[in-house]
Design a protein around this ligand. Sequence first.
Ligand code: S3P
Length: 190
Amino acid sequence: MTGAHLTRSVFLIGFMGAGKSTAGRALATRMGWAFYDLDQVVEAREKMSVTNIFATSGEARFRQLETEALISLLENELRRSDSVVALGGGTFVQAENRKILQLYDARTVLLNAPLEEMRRRCNESGVQRPLAQDAAKFEQLFASRRDTYNLTDFRVETAGKTVDDVASEIEQWLGARPTDRGVQKLEVRQ
Ligand code: S3P
């Protein structure tokens, strides 16, 4: 892991049901960038669903595989093309993953919505989520993660907004933020 190269890639963070994958796809289309969903990257690498990984090997093993998949994306696909990456709801909560993202100077965006809304979206999505089965645990988990989620560079409240509104908000933020790493390097040299 070098961390030395940098792309303009952006990472979407947020709790289960925050809309990371949906908004991420829309944002990637707007930007003409590639899109990756980290859960799907893990599933493709392991040839097993996230639910099955949790069931057969447990959450700790899933977290290892998630970190490996993140590093692999950063070292391979994201070297080649600017991308939008939807992380899993727990990826950014792991200190190791936050360090890795920092090492790559990754831009991070939090998508947030009221808890009931995120729970409703989880129930309607058809995607099985091992950590979203129990309403009380779902709420506790969110409460325990809230402060860490707030460490992202930019935050979008998604309630009452269309997918396109959310994608456009992030696009504007990306446009407003200096992205030319060459310029940053020049500044360092002066
Ligand atoms: C998880 C969220 C899921 C998936 C796994 C664990 C979490 O991703 O990574 O079930 O810890 O919040 P989504 O946020 O895409 O549902």
